[in-house]
Design a protein around this ligand. Sequence first.
Ligand code: ADP
Ligand code: ZN
Length: 732
Amino acid sequence: MIYSVIVDISASEVDRIFDYKGEGYQVGMRVAVDFANRKKEGYIVAQKETTDCPLHKLKEIIAPLDDFAAISPEQLKLGEFMRREYHLRWVDVLRLFIPAEMRGNRVKTLSKKQSYLTADKSLDDILSSLKPNAAKQRDLVSFLYKNGATLNEQLNNSFGAGALKALVEKGIVSTNEIVVRRSPYKNLKTAEQQKKVLLPAQQNAVNTVLSNKQGRYLLHGVTGSGKTEVYLTIIENIVAEGKSCIMLVPEIALTPNMLRQLRERFGDNVALLHSGLSVGERYDEWLRLRNGEAQIAIGARSAIFAPLTNLGAIIIDEEHDSSYISDFNPRYNTLEVAEFRAQENGALLLMGSATPSLTSYYAAQKGQLRLIEMPERINKRPLPNVEIVDMAEETRSGHKGIFSRLLKQRLQETLDKGNQAMLFLNRRGFSSFLMCTKCGYVAKCADCDVSLTVHREDNMLKCHYCGKKYYMLAKCPECGQNSFRQGRIGTQQVVDLLKEMFPTVNVLRMDADTTQTKESHGKILEAFARGEAQILVGTQMIAKGHDFPKVTLVGVLDGDQSLHHSDYLATERTFELITQVAGRSGRDTETGTVVLQTYTPTHYCLQLAAKQDYKGFYKREISLREASAFPPFSEILRILYQGENEKDCIDELTTQYADLTNLKADNSLDFFYMDKMRCPLKRAEKKYRFQILIKLSKNSVNKILPQIYSICDNKKRSNVQIFVERNPQNLS
Ligand code: ADP
Ligand code: ZN
């Protein structure tokens, strides 16, 4: 038999299938092969009877690496889909499907010795064969009689190694090896869960979804409307039919609640896929899913590749979250991968959010997704009251500083009542915009209507969309003053100020600096939940689905920050963030308050976010997108060139740009825009970065994309890497 093999070589740019011969292998197996006289690992992606390669040159597969096919037939199909859609190399795709440490044989199943009573006799019979004074041996026998087979390590601990050894020698006890699964749940505190009686809105959502188990659904439920319970009930129904489920959350460390609730409800039927697990735990959880020992996978983005068969449901919580779009190699959109898997398995796909992405809500309007709405919080608890503070006005009236008078007052009131507050700093992306602190003016590109980015190294303002440059402003074109802000406030600075203002109050901080270790997220959140601090200061990390009943005040210190980020998604992201953080306030009996500090208080995004008016926002934003032909009305493509040799990058880009220009000339109606430029992040990890940005008409994607990809494939310089991103979330 001839096998087509993808050889696993990381540095190489080779994306080719090599043929080998062998007998008795399965498609999807990992194998050892001879490649250029070196022993390498590879994946069998197909088998066939004949090959173009001369038979005498055909090498024999050396050996299998596992005793099972690590890649399933469905995954191979998915791999082909991802290669086609995202212009990915086979090896990068295949590596997504297995735990990283399977490669290089760095992880194995763990087996341990266990012992059991050899003969099926009565306890008295066995004991009568032992000396009356062999107390430990007698105890051990009684223990095994009662408990059955037990791990040797436990027996040796309880009865001493001598007792077990003696019993084995006498043949009374026998020993064998069993596979033990390493468990990542040791620190997870679960309790007996009382199943909630669904409220009418929840019951309606569940009924709608279960009425067509191959449907596509968008659950738009405000923060605190009880979406989790809807997910759990659906999973329960699907699992009862013997099918498996995938539950995705934006970031597992930030959403410990979901894992806890799933474990409480479904116990060992849940497996966690998460990069924070130990190597052995990750491998064993993957095996449990692969072998059907667990039917429910939970995890962040990459859990969409869970090795489950017979999938009945894929649920994506907080579907608007940008983490679902991978922005490094391999780049892919989790929602599209989910759609593919749902289709292959005849499974249902349910996406939920309080602030659906514009693209998803638009799809629902078009009837591609069925919209289910839960517009009220559980028990009709009111949404928080949002107060907007004009920070330019604060400055004008002589109140400089990070905290407005209103926010200080609300903080004081909250602390006096013994409640808790969360203060949120908004910091997305790496670019910083230029803003007048007197009037709130923000420097924007004349052609693109996106904010300009300050480039300190040459003191210029640049548009990250079209590449246009502007001189740094000496004074504000609106009010004539020279009072610009371009930096950011730091979380530590906020904590220090709080300690000055409220010396007796405990403050916790959660950001990238304080969450370096594996468990730190959970620890900070748990401490806050236990009431060890009254104020939690953080970045977007604290915006996600937490449920702290004592929080009645949320302060957004810099509501503008992401609004002026230089891409077309900035407004949508800001609306999401503000709605999400506001949703942390007043989740229990007391109505919550939100103080939103901003330099652009009249901006429609902030006004509508303050009212939590998603539909109003959607209407406005979608018409702007349509008018300016941004997604979902077009498709944005970024082709990224990177390499350590700057000139080679430029040459490669220039050559391909010429080919693309020809393509554009032949299809001028399909191209809305195309340009080449340096990336805003000019050099990363020693590599220079350049990009071509293309805006394509939505209808021509299927026609044009393969042609663009084939131009990309026609690469001349091996030291330049080329990556394509579709509708990137981040253009840095
Ligand atoms: P969402 O994810 O929509 O923001 P959650 O699922 O976190 O909302 O639910 C909000 C709160 O309401 C939680 O404290 C949850 O325990 C509670 N809850 C949900 N469903 C019910 C129900 N049917 N009866 C009582 N309480 C509920
Ligand atoms: Zn521009």
